[in-house]
Unconditional design. Sequence first.
Length: 179
Amino acid sequence: MVQRGYGGVGYQFAQLAERHGSQVVVIGSRGLSGLKALLGSVSDIVVQISPVPVLVVPHPLTTGEWAAATDGPILVAQDGSPGSAQARARAAQLFPQRRIMRASVEDEQNTGTDPDVVHLPRRGVGAVGVAETLSEYAAQQHAVAIVVGSRGVQSAPCWRSAEWPRQSPTTPNVRYSWS
């Protein structure tokens, strides 16, 4: 189903996805800034409330993003939660031909022990620090998408978002959906 909308239609997109049994919502992002970004965008609302996975594609795509789209890997954020396990499973379903990379953002004193997970030291504070760290690593690896899971704070359980990373670490393109 394809529908174009503006303004407060984020809730309607999420409801349509649920009503029609969609496997994923693909939505564009216009890269709002300033007051518009503070008030939220349609894609932000859909990511926060959708009961199904959401793929947010930024506009416009850079040359590096177009190149990564052809064969770049998928980066899945891992934190040991059920939400991150669901995110990994859904990423494998949605991107069956792509290499799945797992990364965990941790405090420097706790670097983890799982050899299949890249353990990244956190840069910055809180969710923003995690988002920036993941975005920078995704850009370095030419990842086509970043997949993050929900921690179950929302009423609808399951995986929340796959983002196309921006190639510049100064403009991370990960939704801050951690709580």
